[in-house]
Design a protein around this ligand. Structure first.
Ligand code: GLU
Length: 282
């Protein structure tokens, strides 16, 4: 049995999709074809009685394009764009999930949701209730009210913290990065692809380079490895893969040799707050 066969047994999965995979780069408008496919694949996982959470970016980009803006000028604009774009995105998700007989649920979080004990406890209870109701939580940072002091800043980190919060057993990070290389493949032709990571040691962390080619979204390899560190310590396996076609989610869950697989290495003393303070922004 290959180590990837374990992926078939996963029961609670968090899928994070970056802005660049959800919108048209040229116009910033939602890529309906891709979003529809994403929803169908996730609805089908729900049909297999697995709990599924979607961490979706795109609020700011969609809001910006809806208003015909190309650039961001101020924090206030970013927050206003997020308010408009987030509701547009959720409207779309809700409609598409309903077509497949599923119910979507919006969960917006700030860093306070994780650091404050009462908030964190409530958020965990809400997720559990949503799973009992067989709803599909769609999570994003609450960009409308967050400022630098209380933001996660990127959805890679947010999705790992959500995975830890809800005791997920698999986190899939999808973006324009196909996985971990021993060096930046755009600069070094000898860079090796790493398909399996058993131990996320300091040497691997040092390999983190900002390899994202996208101009939207915020996550590069560094935030992905940070996410892997959190997920692994919390006992959650993680995969980084490229999201050219969202069918890849299904292939991953069937044990396909896709992307980089970070094996969980659960730390008995794992405590979410320790990791949040390590993010360096509290
Ligand atoms: N929360 C941001 C948004 O929805 C995206 C953050 C990220 O891409 O990491 O626009």
């Amino acid at each position: 049995m290959s180590v990837r066969d374990l992926l078939k047994t996963k029961k609670r999965i968090v899928v994070k999709v970056g802005s660049s995979s959800l919108i048209h780069g040229e116009t910033g408008r939602p890529d309906l074809d891709r979003i529809e496919k994403l929803v169908r694949v996730l609805a089908d996982i729900r049909n297999q009685d697995k709990d599924i959470v979607l961490v979706s970016s795109g609020a700011i980009a969609v809001g910006k394009s809806a208003l015909g803006y190309k650039e961001l000028h101020s924090l206030q604009e970013k927050q206003a764009f997020a308010a408009i774009g987030q509701s547009k995105l959720i409207m779309l998700y809700q409609r598409l999930f309903a077509e497949y007989g599923q119910t979507a649920a919006q969960v917006l979080m700030t860093k306070n949701t994780m650091t404050d004990n009462v908030n964190r406890y409530n958020a965990r209870n809400t997720f559990n209730e949503l799973f009992l109701l067989k709803a599909i939580p769609i999570v994003n940072e609450n960009d409308t009210v967050t400022t630098y002091e209380i933001e996660f800043g990127d959805n890679d980190t947010l999705s790992a913290l959500v995975a830890a919060l809800i005791d997920a057993d698999l986190l899939i990070l999808l973006s324009d990065i196909e996985g971990l290389y021993s060096d930046d493949p755009r600069r070094n032709p000898d860079a090796r692809f790493i398909s399996y990571v058993e131990n996320l040691d300091d040497h691997l962390m040092a390999m983190a380079k900002d390899t994202t080619g996208s101009s939207v979204g915020t996550g590069g390899m560094a935030t992905k490895l940070q996410a892997a560190r959190i997920a692994s310590a919390a006992g959650c396996d993680m995969i980084i893969a490229k999201s050219d076609d969202f069918h890849v989610i299904r292939d991953i869950m069937e044990g396909g040799d896709i992307g980089t697989y970070f094996k969980a290495d659960k730390k008995e003393e794992f405590f979410l707050l320790d990791f949040i303070s390590m993010l360096g922004r509290t």
